[in-house]
Design a protein around this ligand. Structure first.
Ligand code: COA
Length: 325
């Protein structure tokens, strides 16, 4: 027997206001056709007054706990991935902890931008395996609308706000059983030399301001397809599992063309790739758990399925994780 972190439930949350491409075209020089053709995005949700990274994270977490049938008081660890915390400090995770009544355990934020959920999942998985906690909430939550340059059409049309969460629980499983549930393997990477391709031009220690997102999209695109295909192959090699055995790929939702290109490189049929970028745009660290929860709730992902999570983001950071859910 060995300890694995098992996903017990998921939840997600979106701001009330949905903004379709036609509305974006009233703000910047763009068209619905351009955005759909280049990215697959048709809609995004934008946080309004009173909606923040913390409020979205709390709503998603409550739904995840409800789905898992677990009480907030039983959560001993919260790892929240975000690049848009409510405050520079304390960590947004502590606000979630307080709201859910799970005070006294461990709570902190992880910053790996769009790969944040993969990093958070891996950190929580490691901590559960070493006995630091028994039950964890892993959250990706963002309000990227607050760091967008709303006059830059090359970036502002691409992002949205939202949150997703999963409840992880340490469980004894028989690893020789191919159907044993839990996270089977994870690989994470970072390469700091590409900072200038995707970054925010501010911060507490430099400008003293929050700053705005800047991106050289074409170059990011090229790196994303290569890095994601490589890391997916690494996880498959680590586990000896074939791409054909995967039931679902839940990718970071940045651009439909990146999803297509990555799936093609691995020979994965597009029906196995969960796509929500059309509805939510790129929600950074929230995108993987938001897409996962969407597919669980619409009945595509079922208990026992083999699911590959993958993401790539600013830094660059990237990673993939294979789990039987
Ligand atoms: N509406 C209309 N035209 C736009 C536009 C918009 N919103 N944004 C850019 N354009 C224009 C450009 O100015 C350019 O015009 P030009 O040829 O006259 O200079 C033209 O469209 C093509 O721009 P380009 O940047 O070459 O387009 P692209 O095919 O590379 O698509 C992205 C741009 C951003 C959609 C694409 O590169 C992308 O998705 N990259 C990855 C981004 C990403 O995933 N980032 C997050 C990773 S976590």
């Amino acid at each position: 027997m060995t300890i694995r972190s098992v996903i017990k439930g998921s939840g997600s949350a979106l701001p009330k206001r949905a903004v379709a491409n036609a509305e974006m075209a009233q703000m910047v020089d763009t068209t619905d056709e351009w955005i759909v053709e280049r990215t697959g995005i048709r809609n995004r949700h934008i946080a309004g007054e009173g909606e923040t990274t913390a409020t979205l994270a709390i709503e998603a977490s409550r739904k995840a706990l409800e789905a898992a049938g677990i009480d907030g008081a039983d959560v001993g660890l919260i790892v929240l991935a975000t690049a848009t915390p409510d405050q520079t400090f304390p960590a947004t995770a502590t606000q979630v902890q307080h709201a859910l009544g799970c005070n006294g355990g461990i709570a902190f934020d992880v910053a790996a931008v769009c790969s944040g959920f993969l990093y958070a999942l891996s950190v929580a998985d490691s901590m559960l395996k070493t006995g630091m906690a028994k039950t964890a909430l892993v959250i990706g939550a963002e309000t990227f609308s607050r760091i967008l340059d709303w006059e830059d059409r090359t970036t502002c049309v691409l992002f949205g706000d939202g949150a997703g969460a999963v409840v992880l629980q340490a469980q004894d499983v028989d690893e020789s059983d191919p159907n044993a549930p839990g996270i089977i393997a994870t690989r994470l990477h970072a390469d700091g030399k590409h900072n200038e391709l995707l970054y925010v031009d501010g911060g507490p220690s430099t400008t003293g301001t929050v700053g705005k997102l800047r991106m050289r999209g074409k170059e990011v695109f090229r790196h994303a397809v290569t890095n994601l295909s490589d890391v997916l192959r690494e996880v498959l090699a680590d586990t000896g599992i074939q791409a054909a055995d995967i039931d679902w790929v839940v990718p970071h939702q940045a651009n439909a063309r990146i999803l297509d290109a990555t799936a093609r490189k691995l020979g994965l049929p597009e029906e196995k790739v969960i796509v929500t970028v059309d509805r939510h745009a790129n929600t950074s660290a929230a995108s993987v758990p938001l897409a996962y929860d969407t597919a669980v709730r619409d009945g595509r992902i079922k208990p026992g399925d083999l699911v590959m999570f993958e993401a790539m983001g600013g830094g660059f950071t990237w990673g993939a994780s294979l789990a039987r859910v």
